[in-house]
Design a protein around this ligand. Sequence first.
Ligand code: PAF
Length: 282
Amino acid sequence: MQVFHHVAGLREALAEARRDGKTVGFVPTMGNLHDAHIELVKIAQQHCDLVVVSIFVNRLQFGLNEDWDKYPRTLERDMVRLREASCDFLFNPDESEIYPNGMDQQTRVVCPAMTDVLCGASRPGHFEGVTTVVAKLFNIVQPTKAVFGIKDFQQLAVIRRMVEDLCIPVEVVAAPVHREADGLAMSSRNSYITEDERPRVAVLNQSLNWVKAEIEGGRRDFAELEKQAGRRIEESGFRLDYFSIRNSRDLQPAADDDDQITVLGAMYTSAARLIDNVSLEL
Ligand code: PAF
């Protein structure tokens, strides 16, 4: 695996690969890699000849009171995992490489659709930070395809929208949620879950699946379902952020006759904010 810290070196190597006719798959990450990230790499390998992974903990997408400074940084271990997974290129830039003019003066990419609800409501500015850095990374890597996990359903929807609106020539590939045995969706922030909380956090996924089954069974009292699921999460000792039944395409509140529905939830443990979702087609 070749490791690049600078845009220029990465671009040169990618230009050579393209001259050899290679297609480029891209997996943007913030590091602290776990099995779900490695799955994204494998999917990128199935689609493309050469795979680039980026590791960059993007301060622009963290709120002032969020965990940017304590976000786990495990570069040495991440590199071992990427080498084992036969990743071709790692791009690991410094903040000054991505934001050479400083973050305050950085030109932003704003996607007004779908960004002020759900995770966007409790994390103001988050999606603007994501779209800005992903647009920059797309410009740097110029991938044929880029792989994103469905676990961050709203992020995936917003990125798809950005790509469409800005005519960015990249195909976005969605990767299924990778789960622990009890259903907990894999996430770098799972390392914040305490031992005492760990047996109970599966309640998020269980509640999503319960609501999914109720809708498949014919229920359409969405507000009541959301309330019941939210209560179940709170009774397990967690503070609810949101629990919401939405149209999968535009993330608007689901209507009775919608045929593609996604149920999304977010809850707080003592030190983490966990998100998950399940989709259903009717
Ligand atoms: O999903 C993530 O890890 C981040 O939001 C991303 C896409 C790498 C942008 O910083």
